[in-house]
Design a protein around this ligand. Structure first.
Ligand code: PLP
Length: 480
């Protein structure tokens, strides 16, 4: 077997542990000295070594583009427990990324891990219905009000299948999505997302669909109609003109990929009304909001009923599981031999046992009360600090997931769509504050559009420490 070079046999304890923490502190290039590493002052950090290894065998050293934070900043994590993660150099972080949101109870949460360990002793994949799957589906229906569920393995699979079901149900092919909403990495939805440049999107009265990546077939362009979020008039006009061609309106109930821009009052109800009037399927993308902002997700929080809902993330506390749920009428569009949904690992025991255990904790413990209370303190604490230090900003979202828009001009309305958000954002200042937080062991995402996520394991002391360090970070950045 080809092995270019390996650090596998190097005793970790022989490596000197340099002071770390700065995202820019590690050397870029790492070469293993012949005969093994010697503990010298010039030794690279463990992070740099692991990242060098990773980069040789994985493009950019990561398994997902969003994790690439540059040559010197990309993190390598050793472990997580509760609200904390530790990097390979042993530095502890209070984690507000939580794996992009799934970790709702805490990392390596005992009740979930024990349930998974027990379940997997009896096998994992049977390509048959299993009892954990049935109990997990029942819990999802009970908590959210959907009538039926099919399991998937990720958020992208959930939106992909929901879209297919909607198309099969209506016999139409086009769908409306909103600029700055992200629905996963499949070709149909990678248009005008939260990483697309506004400069390419054209006029807001006539938006141009912008592919988020090279490699997306241009034939799909005609199938997607991107519109600005919260623009009632544009939506009404579009549905009036093209409603008979539109299978679905796919929407994030909170813009969880654009710093948690909230739906304007009446926005979700307006979408519901237009869908009813034009025979369009309303697909709520609850991959981020589901089992996070309320037990019944956004449907409960906003008192809105979708036809189909895409779930993933928090339903499994970090294990890879997703689901589509919805009204029986729409779910039963799925039909063996006629309308496809499935996959070898859909409903595998590990994933659905994790889901079952996660939802059991949610149904029996004050998970949402704790998250909401701590999240509200953090949200208002950050807002007060930014105000106190004169940093123009807006804080949007809900306590379980919220966004901090640095650079928002005081007096102007809070951003309501991707275009207005991007216009105001001071990404440079935002980035400097985030880097200073990372140095101090506080870990929000480097991209301000990704929310701060809370979990059940965040303690009052964690919130205190975070606010203390946030102030300290602000002082340093503003002094510079
Ligand atoms: C709203 C939303 N939908 C879908 C997805 C895709 O989920 P996954 O990464 O599990 O495929 C994401 C991922 O962040 C998301 O935020």
């Amino acid at each position: 077997m080809f092995r270019e070079q390996s650090f596998d046999n190097l005793p970790m304890e022989n490596l000197e542990r340099p002071a770390v923490g700065s995202m820019a502190s590690a050397p870029a290039e790492v070469k293993a000295p012949a005969g093994g590493l010697q503990p010298t002052a010039a030794l690279p950090t463990q992070r740099a070594q692991w990242f060098a290894r990773a980069s040789r065998v994985m493009p950019w050293g990561v398994s997902s583009n969003f994790r690439y934070w540059g040559e010197e900043g990309t993190m390598v994590i050793a472990r997580g427990k509760g609200a904390y993660v530790w990097d390979v150099d042993g530095k502890r972080f209070i984690d507000y990324r939580l794996g992009f949101g799934p970790v709702i109870l805490g990392h390596a949460y005992d009740a979930v891990n024990q349930a998974v360990i027990q379940a997997m002793q009896d096998g994992n994949v049977f390509a048959m219905t299993n009892v954990h799957e049935v109990r997990a589906a029942e819990a999802i229906c009970r908590m959210t009000g959907v009538e039926q569920v099919r399991f998937t393995n990720s958020g992208a699979e959930s939106t992909m299948h929901a879209l297919r079901v909607a198309r099969a149900h209506t016999g139409r092919e086009r769908f409306i999505k909103f600029e700055g909403c992200y629905h996963g990495a499949h070709d149909h939805v990678m248009w005008s997302t939260s990483t697309s440049p506004v400069s390419a999107m054209g006029s807001r009265r006539n938006p141009i669909p912008v592919p988020t990546s090279s490699g997306i077939p241009s034939v799909l362009r005609d199938k997607v109609i991107p519109l600005p979020y919260n623009d009632f008039e544009m939506l009404e006009r579009t549905v009036r003109d093209y409603g008979h061609e539109i299978a679905a309106i796919l929407v994030e109930p909170i813009m969880g990929n654009s710093a948690c821009i909230m739906p304007a009052p009446g926005w979700l109800e307006f979408i519901r009304h237009l869908c009813d009037a034009h025979g369009i399927v309303l697909i709520l993308d609850e991959v981020k909001t589901g089992f996070r902002i309320a037990p019944g997700g956004a449907q409960q929080f906003f008192n809105i009923q979708a036809d189909l809902v895409a779930y993933a993330k928090a339903m499994g506390n970090g294990f890879p599981v997703g689901a589509i749920g919805g009204k029986r009428e729409f779910m039963m569009t799925i039909e063996p031999g006629a309308v496809g949904q499935g996959g070898t690992y859909c409903g595998n025991v590990v994933s659905v046992a994790a889901c079952e255990a996660t939802l059991r904790v949610m149904e029996t413990e004050p998970v949402f009360e704790v998250i909401n209370q701590r999240g509200a303190r953090l949200m208002s604490g950050i807002h007060q600090l930014l105000e106190q230090y004169g940093v123009p900003h807006a804080v949007t979202g809900v306590p379980a997931m919220f966004g901090v828009h640095i650079g928002h001009t005081p007096g102007l309305p809070i951003p309501t769509d991707y275009r207005s958000m991007s216009r105001f954002a001071d990404e440079s200042l935002s980035h400097r504050i985030t880097a200073a937080l990372h140095q101090r062991g506080i870990l929000p995402d480097i991209d301000f559009q990704e929310p701060w996520f809370l979990c059940y394991s965040h303690s009052e002391a964690d919130i205190d420490e975070t606010l203390e360090k946030y102030e300290d970070a602000l002082r340093e950045v503003l002094r510079a």
